[in-house]
Every structure is written in C-alpha cells, then in structure tokens.
Ligand binder design. Structure first.
Ligand SMILES: [Cu+2]
Length: 106
C-alpha cells in the first residue's frame, strides 16, 4: 500500500468513527406520571441519553446525588442527561423523595 493510500484509509477511519459511535447512542425516555417514574429501572449503554418528561399536574425534579439535577419540571417539561460512564445511578424527586428510580449504565 502506498503512503497516500494509507493516509486516505486513516482519514476515512477517522471520519467514520464518530459516525458509528453516534449511530449507536440511543435516546431513551422515562415518563413521570402519578408520582411514579416509568420505567422505574432502565438499562442503558455509555453514551446514551435519557429524557425524563413530567406528565403530572404538579412539579417534579430528577436528582442523582453528585451526578445530575434537573430544574423543577412543570407539566410537560423535560430534562435530559447523557451518561458517559458505567455504574448504577439511583435518582429521586427532591420534592417527593419517595419517588425513586434507577438508571443502570453498562
Ligand atoms: Cu416529585
């Protein structure tokens, strides 16, 4: 293989890599309804984004201690977070701490 061909191959690989990563990343949804996160437990992969949407008539938040914290979400407001490292992310609503959920990132 010539140097030029090799350089072209490396350039092609460098261009394709970010595309394949973004194609694999998923957008997942958690709904908040009747003081409940649904699904309560969600498995995602590194790079995936989870969006919580509040369908209740009262405000809620999504808080994972030390990881992320939404603003207060009124009806139909949403909050998104992209998970960049593996682990179990327990979260809750700071206004109603009995509301809990879990995102498992692997
Ligand atoms: Cu709440």
């Amino acid at each position: 293989m010539t140097k030029t061909a090799l350089r072209g191959l490396i350039l092609a690989a460098a261009l394709l890599l970010p595309l394949s990563v973004s194609a694999q990343a998923e957008e997942l949804k958690v709904t908040i309804d009747n003081f409940t996160f649904s699904p309560a437990e969600l498995k995602v992969k590194i790079g995936d984004t989870v969006t919580w949407t509040n369908h209740d008539d009262i405000p809620h938040t999504v808080v994972s201690a030390g990881k992320y914290r939404s603003k207060t979400m009124d009806t139909d407001d949403h909050f998104s977070f992209t998970f960049t490292s593996a682990g179990d992310y327990k979260y809750f609503c700071s206004l109603h701490p009995h509301m809990t959920g879990m995102i498992k990132v692997e």
